[in-house]
Ligand binder design. Structure first.
Ligand code: MN
Length: 231
């Protein structure tokens, strides 16, 4: 087969303790999954069904890379998140069976153009350009945990230049990992290689040129991102 342009190279992540890599298929993200973050965004938390948005897989940024301060924003934000790596296909999955589809977990940073998000939200427009821009999905090494949940006391922490900005435990998520997988699979067939960002706790805030941003989740590999000059 010949193509008029080269096909997209396979995007992949390292897997802890395995020389093989995790080839990416799609990146899904959950919005508003921690009550204290919903409040800081100006809403009252309710247990409404989780909602999803996506990022292109070539938005992937690996640990240790520099991300240029992106265009069309003056309020570029970090969002520390647990990322689920899917290892088994399924549709309309029951919550009780949902963890069977987990391959493992990784640390993530859902980079966001917050000013654009608010402007789009206020006009009732799609979030895409606030979320699905180039180099907006930082994900670390995947730790295999097939079929498992992480302990509720697992802490998610983010610091910028050593100053803690976000610090929460996974048991404060409104929708847990199994419920997120069940809800997503009611809309689309999930497939091996899919990633799901699970939402961010309170404390989101701006990144500036020259910042060093690190996300840590107990038991998983941390990720560090350097913010470079505007492209
Ligand atoms: Mn997010």
């Amino acid at each position: 087969m010949e193509y008029v342009f080269p096909p997209l190279p396979v995007q992949s992540l390292p897997v802890a303790g395995d020389s093989r890599r995790f080839a990416l298929r799609r990146i899904f993200c959950v919005g508003r999954n921690y009550a204290d973050h919903i409040r800081e965004m100006g809403f009252q938390p309710e247990r409404e069904p989780p909602f999803f948005f996506t990022k292109p897989i070539d938005a992937l940024v690996q640990d240790g890379e520099t991300v240029a301060y992106p265009p069309l924003t003056e309020n570029f934000h970090h969002e520390a998140e647990l990322v689920i790596a899917i290892g088994k296909a399924g549709a309309d999955i029951a919550v009780a069976n949902a963890l069977d589809h987990v391959f493992g977990y990784a640390t993530g940073n859902d980079l966001t153009r917050r000013d654009l998000q608010f402007a789009l939200r206020d006009r009732g427009r799609p979030w895409d350009w606030s979320k699905a821009f180039d180099r907006s999905a930082v994900v670390g090494t995947i730790s295999p945990r097939p079929g498992q949940a992480l302990p509720g006391a697992t802490r998610v922490r983010l610091n910028v230049n050593g100053e803690t900005r976000q610090d929460a435990t996974l048991d404060t998520m409104i929708w847990n990992v199994a419920e997120i997988i069940a809800a997503l699979s009611a809309s689309v067939t999930i497939l091996p290689g899919d990633l799901i960002f699970t939402g961010t706790p309170a404390g989101v805030g701006p990144l500036e040129e020259g910042d060093k941003c690190t996300v840590e989740i107990d038991g998983l590999a941390p990720i560090t991102t350097l913010i470079g000059p505007r492209a």
